[in-house]
Design a protein around this ligand. Structure first.
Ligand code: GLU
Length: 547
């Protein structure tokens, strides 16, 4: 083993000792049960819904215990880093209301971006080397690839161990010669693991887990050839969660198999164990099978999808909380957001992302909102994603509120037409002149195939005798009377009994008026629609069919 001076010469001379960092990031003074959670996205691509799910859990567990929720940017894989990704994370997490309590710019345990913590990792790597628990390895990429091929051919366990660990016990002179020649190296853990040994740990979600011990001398610090000596995920996780004084490591289940490595690193450093909770991945139903929600295949896998569609954040958060704890999916949105989430209930099977279910949750939530609030949200959304809608609605907020109030304000069972802000255009767009195309062709197929002359006659009579009816029944009675004078049967029955004697029935007549006023075959009660549009606009729209 190299002596202490030789080891120290591999690092900056002013690198602090590990004790410095221990003092710099003192243990937090936490009452029993208070949790320090950390969400650690890697800026290697767009934020996945699974990331929002984990961040939601982190925030929930922290908040409900009176603790702290940290965001740490894990940018040690600089080759895969995507420019702008970290900035996008801020925006997206902010949108979901998942901004952290501690992050770069706020908090005493930073920096919270790993590339800015290189000194810290080096201090700990140097300490392990001084104590013989880590060593430099000069194996080149090609040598490692050849070794892996040989291991495959021999059908032995892949990895850097035993006879496959050429630098683990290399002669000091050999190491010195390479160092003197300035050859790049990585720092590896001297794994104490034995092949046959089993290790046991407790996962908050999965209970007790027993696995083979690690025997791989994993890399701790990446190549000395790069200007910035960055750590691997394994090393950074151990150091950061220790120094940030996290109390639960909540992360994706893909990391379970690394826990034996992490436990060895923990022991080598003399850190206390932090409980793990490995979350199952979000799933998608495909035919009769379930598979992982895939960034590549499924648009709904990206967090941005929900922002663009304009789902209310409360609905998504409530939906995600219901995925974690099905108990919460039976509550109202408001209740589900305040009831505590329990990691123990999260389950080992990946929960299903069912957009129909989300739409349902969202429409229940929007149905209970004030029309003014709905309008504000629609306009915020439209400002960014549907400028044409924003431009049409903004100048006439009063009209928008009156339209939204239809079958919503003061009724026991408000309409649940909107599941997301982008639905506003479909259900309310026709109220706004710039978004409404007058129906002026009497043969328009939406009018139900009634003879054009009859359509014209009905519209003329309707306008002639126009009244604003006080309720749905009155409206219909009035239309029945008007349409009868134009050759429409007063009931569907009467029409069926003698189709040759009529041009259609009152049902077709009302459909003609509906299409003329709304452009659609389904709308709320027409007495309400006409009330909101006002008589001049009603006359303009129906009048378009007189031409
Ligand atoms: N950066 C890791 C990832 O994106 C985070 C794992 C962890 O939370 O420790 O998978």
């Amino acid at each position: 083993m190299l002596d202490r001076d030789e080891i120290d010469a591999l690092f900056p001379s002013d690198l602090p000792d590990v004790d410095h960092w221990e003092r710099h990031f003192p243990k937090r003074d936490l009452a029993d049960g208070v949790q320090v959670m950390r969400f650690c996205p890697s800026p290697t691509g767009a934020m996945h819904l699974g990331g929002i799910y984990v961040a939601m859990l982190d925030q929930a567990i922290a908040r409900q215990s009176g603790g702290v929720y940290i965001i740490r940017i894990e940018d040690t894989d600089q080759e895969r880093e995507v420019e702008g990704a970290a900035g996008d994370f801020d925006r997206i997490l902010g949108w979901f209301g998942l901004t952290a309590d501690e992050f770069d710019g706020q908090g005493d345990y930073g920096p919270y971006t790993q590339s800015q913590r290189a000194d810290i990792y080096m201090s700990f790597a140097r300490d392990l080397m001084r104590r013989g628990k880590a060593y430099p390895c000069f194996a080149t990429k090609d040598e490692l690839t050849a070794m892996a091929a040989e291991q495959r051919a021999m059908k032995v366990q892949p990895g850097y161990y035993g006879r496959w660990a050429p630098w683990r016990d290399a002669a000091d002179d050999l190491v010195r010669a390479r160092l003197e020649a300035g050859e790049p190296y990585v720092v590896r853990l001297r794994s104490p693991g034995e092949g046959e040994r089993r290790v046991t740990f407790t996962d908050i979600i999965r209970g007790e887990i027993t696995a083979n011990d690690n025997q791989n001398d994993v890399v701790l610090l990446k190549s000395s050839a790069s200007a910035l000596r960055l750590p691997t995920y394994h090393f950074a996780h151990l150091i950061d969660d220790h120094l940030m004084r996290a109390t639960i490591v909540l992360r994706g289940e893909e990391w379970i198999s690394s826990v034996p490595v992490h436990l060895q690193l923990l022991e080598a450093n003399g850190f206390e164990r932090i409980p793990y909770a490995h979350v199952a991945p979000l799933m998608k139903q495909q035919g009769s099978a379930r598979r992982k929600l895939s960034k590549r295949k499924d648009p709904e896998a990206s967090a941005e999808f929900y922002i663009e569609a304009g789902y209310p954040r409360q609905a998504i958060l409530s939906f995600l909380r219901g995925l974690a704890n099905s108990r919460l999916s039976y509550l109202t949105v408001a209740e589900s957001l305040t009831e505590p989430v329990h990691l123990e209930e999260a389950g080992m099977a990946g929960p299903l992302v069912d957009l129909a279910k989300l739409d349902h949750v969202a429409s229940e939530w929007i149905a209970l909102m004030d029309s003014e609030d709905v309008l504000n949200e629609v306009l915020i959304w439209a400002g960014r994603y549907d400028p044409e809608l924003a431009a049409a609605v903004e100048p006439d907020r009063g009209l928008a509120v009156r339209a939204l109030d239809i079958e919503r304000k003061g009724v026991e069972n408000p309409r649940k037409d909107l599941g997301k802000w982008s639905d506003f255009r479909t259900y309310y767009g026709y109220f706004f002149n710039p978004l409404f195309d007058l129906v002026s062709d009497q043969a328009d197929e939406r009018l139900g195939g009634i003879a054009p002359e009859a359509v014209r006659k009905l519209c003329a009579a309707y306008l002639d005798r126009y009244v604003q009816a006080p309720d749905g029944d009155a409206w219909f009675e009035h239309l029945r009377a008007v349409s009868e004078t134009c050759g429409f049967a007063p009931t569907v029955r009467a029409y069926k009994d003698a189709p040759d004697q009529f041009v259609g029935s009152v049902r077709e007549a009302s459909q003609i008026i509906r299409v003329a006023l709304t452009g659609t075959k389904r709308s709320p009660g027409l007495h309400l629609v006409t009330d909101v549009l006002g008589e001049p606009e009603v006359r303009r729209r129906i009048g378009a069919l007189l031409g």
